[in-house]
Design a protein around this ligand. Structure first.
Ligand code: ADP
Ligand code: XUL
Length: 521
């Protein structure tokens, strides 16, 4: 049997998916939500509260605890993990974990203790900055200046120096706490950290996730000496190796074999970022298929043969796990912003959907808003900024249905504007992530983009992508046949633009652009 396990450590949860390549079926799909299952980490949405909205950290031990918890749940539910042929995974991008020892130098995990109590003493920094952190503007400036400007950073790494990217975060750590930096022996991404736990030694960083650090030279797939030097002293010796995504990084550590019943020697394939993993899970690793993912963040991404860069400077180029490149534009005000509107208006997701589909019309009768409930990276709005324009009831937050439509229209228009450099406007867009379950949200995307919006029959594309990557690298099953079995569109969920709807957005698009320009964004 060809069973493969994919793990996905996203912002709010850890998921596991097992696929069977013989039958073309998903045989297991389980998650633990950090906020609900691990309340002792005080992170209801997956990160620690902080009075400064620009600072967003998480306790890396929460991710470690989730791994033991989830595997324990699978075992107690009777899942036979000895049949798994290979494992891979994905992590929320950019977040970094700081260790006082190289994981290759620590003794094998002890089965008599849980992982948290063994990893805890190894941390040289108790918290991990995550992708939502936007506190490193001075460090971005300093890095760009050290290599003679942002254009140089873009030409080497595919992105300009960006607040949430790992390089600026490492520089900030070095500047704010040089002693702790000096005591740090190894720095991991969330993805390579989790892979390291599984293999019980230092796992490399793959090109998909590594490209989100402002440190990787895209052309060669190796760390850029120029950017390492511009970021922090002796950084090269603190980073794992950078490798192609399909590299087998080791065998599962005996801890997992003995504790959870995996087969001894189970191969582990390099973990990647959640978005590159989703590119695989959405069957979109060949150019021509655009994807919109609406998880905690909203992202727009697509495969690219050549690394084309965003002239406005917001988009990124990452490694495509199947080879070549992918472009990505990320919006921080995704689900968390929609949740704020749902909470404030008292709408459940069902009511939110009805509000869009049945109670309001495209263009929202001129009611619109600026959707920056938290600091935004695309466009750059570093302090929260929510402005409502329209009739007096709407601006007083008294029209729930119009407010539901307004947040989604603003997000969709911003996605469309900031993805215009990718190329021709797509006729079909594939969608994934928790919010893509909402037909109202899919309908607004269809209307704004003038495109058919399709979901796939398997949800959780990032975990699926990880399982598919394991099957490709370990079982040598080609991606094309994996996509036929696992990345099929769910026809019933398909949504097309309503007649005339796309034309309703010209005026609104203009207003949004003008307001953003006035803000300097
Ligand atoms: P992540 O992978 O980033 O942790 P998910 O893809 O699991 O996130 O998506 C979780 C989010 O999806 C929740 O925060 C919630 O706001 C949103 N969500 C879930 N169901 C719906 C729905 N029916 N309508 C709109 N949003 C939803
Ligand atoms: C992408 C990004 C987010 C995180 C969390 O650049 O910052 O999408 O990967 O999902």
């Amino acid at each position: 049997m060809g069973l493969y396990l994919g793990l996905d450590s996203s912002t709010q949860s850890l998921s596991a998916m097992v696929i069977d390549t013989d039958t073309g079926r998903v045989v297991l799909d389980q998650s633990v939500n950090f906020g609900e299952a691990l309340p002792q980490y005080g992170s209801p949405s997956g990160f620690l509260p902080h009075e400064d909205p620009r600072i967003k950290h998480a306790n890396p031990l929460m991710w470690v605890a989730a791994l033991d918890l989830l595997l324990g749940k699978l075992k107690s539910a009777g899942t036979d993990l000895s049949q798994i042929q290979g494992i891979s995974g994905a992590g929320q991008q950019h977040g970094s974990v700081y260790l006082s020892q190289r994981l290759s130098d620590v003794p094998a995990w002890d089965i008599a203790q849980d992982l948290v109590s063994q990893v805890g003493p190894l941390l040289s920094r108790p918290t991990s900055p995550i992708w939502m952190d936007s506190s490193t503007t001075p460090q971005c400036g300093a890095i760009a200046e050290a290599v003679s400007g942002d254009a140089r950073v873009v030409s080497i790494t595919g992105s300009r120096a960006v607040e949430r990217f790992t390089g600026p975060q490492i520089r900030a750590f070095y500047e704010r706490d040089p002693e702790a930096y000096a005591a740090t022996r190894e720095i991991h991404l969330v993805s390579s950290f989790l892979a390291s736990l599984l293999v019980g030694k230092t796992a490399p960083i793959d090109h998909g996730d590594g490209a989100g650090m402002n440190l990787l030279e895209l052309a060669s797939g190796t760390w850029s000496a120029e950017l390492l030097a511009a970021t922090a002293p002796a950084l090269a010796e603190r980073l794992p190796e950078a490798v192609p995504s399909q590299t087998i990084v080791g065998e599962l550590s005996p801890y997992f074999v003995r504790k959870y019943g995996f087969r001894a020697g189970t191969p582990v394939v390099a973990f990647t970022g959640d978005n590159p993993s989703s590119l695989v899970g959405m069957g979109a690793t060949e150019p021509g298929t655009a994807v919109i993912s609406m998880g905690t963040s909203d992202t727009v991404f697509a495969a690219m043969r050549q690394p084309l860069t965003d002239p406005r400077g917001f988009g990124h180029v990452f490694g495509n796990p199947a080879g070549g490149f992918m472009c990505l534009i990320c919006f921080a005000n995704g689900s968390l912003a929609r949740e704020k509107v749902a909470e404030r208006t008292g709408l459940t997701w069902e009511a939110f959907e009805r509000a869009i589909l049945e109670e309001t019309l495209p263009g929202n009768q001129g009611n619109w808003l600026l959707p920056f409930f938290i600091p935004e990276m695309t466009p750059k709005v570093l302090s929260p900024k929510v402005e409502l324009y329209g009739n007096s009831q709407f601006t007083a937050w008294e029209q729930p249905a119009a407010l539901a439509r307004a947040i989604v229209e603003a997000q969709a228009l911003s996605m469309q504007r900031h993805s215009d450099w990718i190329g021709e406007q797509p006729k079909v867009i594939r969608v994934t992530g928790g919010a893509s379950r909402n037909r109202g949200i899919r309908q607004v995307l269809a209307d704004v983009f003038g495109a058919e919006i399709r979901s796939l029959s398997v949800g959780n594309s990032s975990a699926l992508g990880a399982a598919l990557r394991a099957a490709e690298a370990v079982g040598h099953v080609p991606f094309s046949s994996l996509y036929e079995a696992f990345a099929r569109a769910d026809e019933a969920s398909s949504v097309t633009p309503r007649a005339g709807a796309t034309d309703a957005y010209g005026g609104l698009r203009q207003k949004l652009v003008e307001r953003l320009a006035a803000l300097g964004a």
